[in-house]
Design a protein around this ligand. Structure first.
Ligand code: 13P
Length: 252
């Protein structure tokens, strides 16, 4: 059985004061009791990882952990402005997002680079969350499965068996920050297609890999999404900024 995993992605939001309030509120809420067998995390901006790491350790709930939003494809050296996987590990990160559509679009990240980043994360003992998803144009022209299959194929080619230790996040670009959530069935269909593609490579990998859905997940649509057989959790953007909404999604 794959555990349900719910990860908040704050993107470029937060402040020392806001973060402290967020972690304390979420912690207090989670201490009241959470559905068993789930994992939760929040991906904070780099400068706040140390702060959030301390806050999350103080809260000491085994199922709540920290994540980062990106990582360098290089191990160390002359890469001004980059952050190494080993540094994220020291900051107690458990998950690292790679290939978020905002990085693909705004920073021209390629599938090859994303796979290199995922390798760095794995080599440092953390879990990469590999983000994939099609644009509105690609879906409207009926190419959504082809596009996502292309993205996954590049990851399979580089990561091979190590994909078993990764998470995949299907985030259709048209659903991110738009309020236009994919229906549970549309999301399930793509998650199924991804799992079948992984099974073409290796049945064990396919049954192990958690596939999260992201894109306008809110407290009122989370239950239906998470009930789908191939949806193993969520990657939550806007709604994760509000601790009460994040808690409600975690409890869905
Ligand atoms: P929203 O939940 O704001 O649509 O963002 C999704 C996302 O990009 C999470 O990584």
């Amino acid at each position: 059985m794959r555990p349900l995993i719910i990860i908040g992605n704050w993107k470029m939001n937060g402040s020392l004061a806001v973060n402290a309030d967020w972690v304390k509120t979420v912690c207090r809420g989670m201490e009241q009791g959470m559905p068993a067998g789930r994992q939760y995390a929040v991906c904070a901006p780099f400068p706040y990882l140390a702060q959030c790491s301390q806050l999350i350790q103080d809260c000491s709930l085994a199922f709540l952990s920290l994540g980062a939003q990106d990582v360098s494809a290089f191990e160390s050296g002359a890469y001004t402005g980059e952050v190494a996987a080993s540094m994220l590990k020291e900051m107690t990160c458990k998950y690292v997002l790679v290939g978020h559509s905002e990085r693909r679009q705004l920073h021209q990240e390629t599938d090859e680079l994303i796979a290199e980043k995922a390798l760095q994360v794995l080599d440092s003992g953390m879990t990469p969350v590999i983000c994939v998803g099609e644009s509105a144009d690609e879906r409207n022209s009926g190419r959504e499965v082809e596009v996502v299959r292309g993205q996954i194929a590049k990851q399979v080619a580089v990561l091979q068996d190590r994909l078993a230790d990764c998470l995949i996040a299907y985030e259709p670009i048209w659903a991110i920050g738009t309020g236009q959530v994919a229906s549970a069935q549309v999301a399930q269909d793509m998650h199924r297609a991804i799992r079948l593609q992984l099974a073409e490579f290796d049945g064990d990998v396919a049954s192990h890999v958690g596939i999260l859905y992201g894109g306008s997940v809110k407290p009122d649509n989370a239950v239906e999404l998470f009930a789908m057989p191939d949806i193993d959790g969520g990657l939550i953007g806007g709604a994760s900024l509000n601790p009460q909404d994040f808690l409600a999604i975690c409890q869905a």
